[in-house]
Design a protein around this ligand. Structure first.
Ligand code: CP
Ligand code: NVA
Length: 301
């Protein structure tokens, strides 16, 4: 694995990454294998979990993370991505980028001489997906489960489809017709699913999509960058709220997941976030363990 731009970059070593993440969860420091390594962390959008978990992960592993707001870099004044990448990667051992445009992260990687990690783009959120399948395995002890992703077929959903297909998990995207996942990604995921034996589907009827689900997953209705369409989205997603009634349609022992941040009372209710079936805080914690595995794989000597 040279970079982690899409979760498909981990196609050949996804199971090893998960095993490594479990080891880091048991032993968070593990002899500090990344001593004096540095990770530049460029943020073009807000973040709580990604920023803190990457920075603390680098510290635990013996290195350090540099928080860089894109608007404070020359990038924010018009320096092109290629030039930023060429200069910056002479100083650091790795770069994590949260960008608006997925293509900018791909371009950065093209001109970088160190590994690049996608910390969320409009198209994918691979670190989240790796964390999520780790969390599901931890809770269910198998990948042979059905996940129902309820809501916007966005960046998180796209990466989850690919990850689910890679590990052989069934996944149903339950969304209004015009909010389906990226078609090219869905097609790619179907290719993986054929090999792994997982079943992927997109369904707009909530009761049908959620039926027999072992995992109910949701994300915000208004992602970063979608703010201009907020009122239309509120209307379009009205029937897709993860509430107690919806949860009752899934298996009785279904777990509830959310990548966070959540807008309580919109895509998910307080009651569901706080109910015993919710594994949301363990999921959030797992970001750090999963990312340590990625950092170790990409930055170790
Ligand atoms: N889930 C996630 O990426 O959270 P942040 O936006 O807080 O980083
Ligand atoms: N889909 C959300 C995920 C946030 C972690 C967004 O892009 O804003």
């Amino acid at each position: 694995m040279e970079h982690l731009l899409s979760i498909t970059d981990a196609e050949d070593n996804i199971f090893e990454l998960l095993e490594q993440a479990k080891k880091f969860k048991k032993d968070p420091i593990m002899g500090q294998p990344l001593k004096s390594k540095t990770l530049a962390m460029i943020f073009e959008k807000a973040s709580t979990r990604t920023r803190v978990s990457f920075e603390v992960a680098m510290f635990h592993l013996g290195g350090s993370g540099l928080y860089l707001s894109a608007s404070d870099l020359q990038l924010g004044r018009g320096e092109i991505v290629e030039d930023t990448a060429r200069a910056m990667t002479r100083y650091v051992d790795g770069v994590m980028i949260r960008a608006k445009e997925h293509d900018d992260v791909v371009k950065f990687a093209e001109y970088s001489n160190v590994p690049v990690i996608n910390g969320l783009t409009n198209l994918e959120h691979p670190c989240q997906a790796l964390t999520d399948i780790l969390t599901i395995h931890e809770k269910k002890n198998t990948f042979k489960v059905k996940m129902a992703f309820v809501g916007d077929g966005n960046n998180v959903c796209n990466s989850l489809l690919l990850a689910a297909a890679l590990v052989g998990m069934d996944m149903t995207v339950v969304c209004p017709e015009k909010y389906g996942p990226n078609p090219a990604i869905f097609k790619k995921a179907q290719g993986y699913a054929q090999k792994s034996g997982s079943k992927l589907e997109i369904i707009s009827k909530v009761s049908e999509g959620v039926k027999d689900a072992d995992v109910i997953y949701t994300d915000v209705w208004v992602s970063m960058g979608d703010e201009k369409d907020a009122s239309e989205r509120m209307e379009d997603f009205r029937d897709y709220q993860v509430n107690m009634d919806l949860l009752k349609m899934a298996k009785p022992d279904a777990i509830v997941m959310h990548c966070l941040p959540a807008v309580r009372g919109q895509e998910i209710t307080d009651e569901v976030i706080n109910c015993p079936q919710s594994v949301i805080w363990d999921q959030a914690e797992n970001r750090m363990h999963a990312q340590k595995a990625v950092l170790y794989e990409l930055l170790k000597e």
